[in-house]
Design a protein around this ligand. Structure first.
Ligand code: R5P
Length: 292
């Protein structure tokens, strides 16, 4: 307890010195409440403004995905290099010891698997459990243009409303059905729909033509999914182009944990996302780290 006697007189009044009122720099986030900003600040690096999210939530629709058979063997050794972990509550509780203090992007939508019809989802995790798990983001799949469009948009709205009550931001994850093209026109539409419905961050795919229009028309930060496994240099090139064209980072899974050397790969991705290293330099870093 503070003493009531013997205190020195206060003298740091700073008369005439305006109290700073800094703008919260993350795209579209300045008007959010303190708790939301605090959680987003845990996800996005203070210096670069970007994030390397490690996605390993694939099992919720795909079961034991290649590279994720044993989370302890493939994911735990690379957790330290991730800025944020994107996973389900099941794997988080069962396989990730609560010692890393990494922000969590918690998958809260759930439903059909690859064995039936994709994208028929509900909100499967309530906000109380997201709080219990200290989630920094709640991730919801949204299938714009798909059969379950209205349902999945409604899931997003539900997560945004519940998260807003407790200061937890929502990540809108744009799904791409087999019938939909991953071009800039579609990805702009899907990303904007997520943002308009309140998503604080949007995860979508990179496209070779016109990706800068996807980021330009989305009023909140976009992070890109890695997509299916491609050669390491190609994945680094995709990450570089995405950052160069306005993305705020990656939420990458298979191109990290299915790489020949996941530890080297996630460090090479960090070099691109945080240090803006070219794909050539980042790939050389990957090879050097892999060799040791
Ligand atoms: C898919 O089930 C999840 O949303 C993944 O988190 C997402 O697809 C990112 O992983 P990847 O980089 O493997 O595409």
């Amino acid at each position: 307890m503070a003493d009531s006697e013997g205190n020195t007189d206060a003298k740091t009044y700073g008369i005439g010195v305006p109290i700073p009122n800094p703008v919260y720099a993350l795209k579209g986030s300045n008007s959010l409440e303190w708790g939301m900003k605090d959680r987003l600040s845990r996800v996005f690096d203070r210096k670069s403004g970007n994030t390397v999210m490690l996605a390993f939530d694939h099992g919720y629709i795909m079961g034991p995905t290649s590279g994720l058979e044993r989370i302890d063997i493939t994911i735990l050794p690379i957790v330290e290099y991730a800025d944020c972990l994107m996973c389900t509550r099941g794997v988080l509780r069962a396989a990730i010891p609560p010692i890393y203090n990494k922000p969590i992007s918690l998958r809260v939508s759930a439903g059909s698997t690859v064995l039936t019809e994709l994208n028929d989802e509900v909100i499967g995790v309530d906000v109380e459990d997201a709080i219990r798990l200290n989630a920094s983001l709640m991730a919801v799949m949204v299938s714009v243009g798909g059969k379950y469009e209205a349902l999945t948009v409604s899931n997003l709205c539900q997560a945004v409303s519940e998260g807003t009550r407790f200061g937890i931001p929502t990540l809108g994850v744009t799904a791409v059905g087999k019938e939909l093209t991953r071009d800039a026109r579609y990805l702009s539409m899907a990303s904007r729909v997520c943002a308009e419905n309140g998503a604080h961050v949007v995860k979508t795919y990179f496209c070779e033509e016109g990706f800068e229009t996807v980021t330009a028309t989305c009023p909140v930060p976009i992070v890109i999914a890695g997509g299916k496994k491609v050669p390491e240099k190609d994945a680094l090139t995709i990450a570089w182009k995405a950052i160069d064209q306005g993305a705020f980072g990656v939420d990458m899974g298979r191109n990290v944990f299915q790489a020949d050397d996941p530890t080297a790969m996630i460090q090479a991705v960090r070099a691109v996302v945080h240090d803006r290293e070219t794909p050539d330099k980042a790939f050389q870093l990957y090879r050097d780290l892999k060799a040791h």
